[in-house]
Write a protein that binds this ligand. Structure first.
Ligand code: ASP
Ligand code: MG
Length: 438
């Protein structure tokens, strides 16, 4: 949606807004933004006032804005810990009732701060908007969003402030969308309301080639393709919730990650086409994940159905399996390894030992939770051979043993001993020239 207004004197457009000036250079197209602010960006009342100032600036430029906020940093963890003081496994419905309150505090405070700046603003919880979800408490999926209230407020010149991370189930229960779910609220609103751009304001100023805490030379990317972002998010980059990236892909939402602590900077734009002239490197980034554990079931009979017999009970316990490797059989036996989230390590090991090993007559079950996954990601891999072998050579030169390997069209992942993870990331970052400005 683009409307034309007369640009007020002295009002400057944000640097990354390159909306074309109309003839006569007096009017400029204004835009409709969803702006999502994460927990650290609203971590104190001072910071909330800062967010209000930024929103007010955009509003003064004539843009329509729906703001989505997270709970103040640490609040969701605090609430979850409270629940655990009362119930070992908190009742999911009641847990949602409680953890959704963090965001409710943030929307009210932000609206108050906006009103202090004489900006008309109105807050909505997820159920007041009517963000309808399924009924899977603590990991609900959005089914539909009512636009009517928000549209009416925007048309009346208000900033609309929506609580992230929450919705309402068909039975009227409050639901939440999984940790980091405010990103998904932002993207879903952008899709439903057909916004021009969904801006995710966070404590970093964009998507980096890798985590700058591990590699200080890491660089911010001006753009990253949606597919790369999807891989990065699923491989351990924590900047965006994976589901929000999936959502953006499905509905082609223009998504940008920016810092809420800096006034300038264009952040990182997630694009849908590979940009011919901008950043054509083969590798765009290196993701890593320490939260993994590896389990191997040794000497299982090599016969049809064995993978299902092993992984079926794991899946039935709602445990996500990541990498899977089955060796070529020898003398009718084979070894079968896979990785799971570190939190699921003990449960999975017990399932295998108690339920599976005796059934399939396996020799042994072994595992370790001191592993990490390191992945190189880039759409350029499609047209360049030798990325995997270069990665393996670089790791070999450092004496880093590779325990498992998985590849897709645009990524190569290896599992290594956790203690070599940072070294692996650093040497790969250098070997693939990621510190070089492009
Ligand atoms: N407050 C929720 C969490 O901490 C949702 C979010 O911040 O996106 O996970
Ligand atoms: Mg987040």
């Amino acid at each position: 949606m683009q409307i034309s207004v007369i640009l007020q004197k002295g009002v400057e457009l944000c640097p990354f807004l390159k909306w074309p000036l109309k003839k006569g250079a007096k009017s400029v197209s204004v835009a409709f933004f969803i702006q999502k602010y994460g927990g650290t960006s609203v971590g104190s009342t001072e910071r909330i006032k800062n967010v209000a100032r930024r929103v007010a600036r955009f509003h003064a430029q004539g843009h329509q804005i729906v703001v989505v906020v997270s709970a103040m940093s640490g609040e969701t963890n605090r609430l979850i810990a409270l629940a655990h003081e009362v119930q070992d496994t908190p009742d999911p419905r009641e847990l949602d009732v409680m953890i959704s309150t963090g965001e409710q505090v943030s929307i009210a405070l932000l609206c108050m701060a906006l009103k202090e700046l004489n900006v008309q603003a109105k807050s909505y919880t997820g159920s007041q908007v009517r963000i309808l979800t399924d009924n899977s408490h603590t990991k609900a999926r959005i089914l539909s969003i009512d636009e009517d209230n928000i549209r009416a407020d925007l048309d009346a010149g208000s900033v609309v402030v929506v609580a992230g991370f929450q919705g309402v189930g068909g039975d009227g229960s409050i639901t939440t969308l999984g940790r980091g779910g405010s990103d998904t609220t932002g993207v879903a609103l952008a899709a439903a309301l057909n916004a021009d751009e969904c801006q995710i304001y966070t404590d970093v100023d964009g998507i980096y080639t890798t985590d700058p805490r591990v590699v200080p030379e890491a660089r911010r990317l001006n753009t990253i393709t949606f597919e790369e972002m999807l891989e990065m998010a699923s491989l351990g980059s924590k900047v965006l919730q994976l589901r929000s990236v999936e959502f953006a892909g499905k509905y082609k939402v223009k998504l940008r990650v920016l810092s809420s602590f800096k006034d300038e900077g264009q952040g990182t734009l997630i694009t849908f086409e590979e940009d011919g002239n901008m950043e054509q490197a083969v590798i765009s980034g290196i993701a890593f994940n320490r939260d993994e554990a590896k389990i191997t079931i040794i000497g299982v009979p090599d016969r049809p159905g064995i993978a299902y017999q092993i992984l079926g009970p794991v899946a039935d316990s709602n445990i996500d399996v990541d990498m899977i490797i089955q060796n070529v059989g020898h003398d009718g036996l084979t070894d079968f390894s896979f990785t799971v989230h570190r939190n699921d390590f003990n449960t999975t090991l017990n399932i295998l030992k108690d339920k599976i090993q005796p059934h399939v007559d396996a020799r042994d079950v072994v595992g370790g939770d001191r592993i990490a996954k390191v992945s190189v990601v880039g759409v350029g891999m499609r047209s360049h051979a030798g990325i995997a072998s270069k990665m393996f050579r670089v790791l070999a030169e450092e004496g880093i043993n590779i325990q498992m390997i998985a590849t897709s069209e645009i990524k190569v992942s290896v599992v290594v001993d956790e203690k070599y993870m940072e070294l692996a990331v650093r040497v790969l970052h250098k070997a693939f020239d990621l510190e070089q400005a492009r």
